[in-house]
Design a protein around this ligand. Structure first.
Ligand SMILES: [Zn+2]
Ligand SMILES: [Zn+2]
Length: 146
């Protein structure tokens, strides 16, 4: 990681009103190059840089960064994934075989891009989390054969 990028990451954490601890900066750096990683993947990815950082600390770091809007949490079956692309209401498509996740553009371009059929039991609608279940090109042959 170059010094410039590290300065940018530090600035991003500070702008969110948080102290730029080494764990926060490293987790953000890892996720900006490895979107949709789980907390365990972040932990493994920054272990060389910060060998003393525990799994629990990484959980705290990604939770704090998500709460402050620096990260977005993607709730998919299995462990939650995290990414740095927060503002655009994009959706996800997930391969049901290998579980890889890719970004897809929002269905209509802005939140909420879906509304409940019929009348909503709640007056304020914020967003719709859409995850398309799919089979990716690497898995499709094996999947069709099974
Ligand atoms: Zn796949
Ligand atoms: Zn995404």
């Amino acid at each position: 990681m170059t010094t410039v990028q590290e300065a940018d990451l530090t600035e991003q954490v500070r702008r969110a009103g948080m102290r730029a601890t080494p764990g926060r900066v490293a987790a953000l750096g890892f996720l900006s190059s490895h979107p949709h990683s789980t907390a365990a993947e972040v932990h493994a990815g920054i272990a060389a840089q910060l060998p003393s950082l525990s799994m629990q600390s990484v959980h705290n770091v990604v939770n704090d960064l998500t709460e402050k809007g620096v990260l977005r949490r993607v709730d998919v079956p299995g462990a939650a994934r995290y990414e740095t692309q927060t503002g655009d209401n994009h959706h996800h498509i997930r391969c049901v075989v290998c579980h890889r996740i890719e970004d897809v553009d929002c269905v209509t371009g802005e939140a909420p891009c879906l509304s409940p059929a019929g009348s909503s039991p709640m007056p304020v609608l914020l967003s719709a989390d859409v995850t398309f279940q799919a089979v990716c090109s690497q898995c499709v042959d094996a999947w069709q054969a099974s």
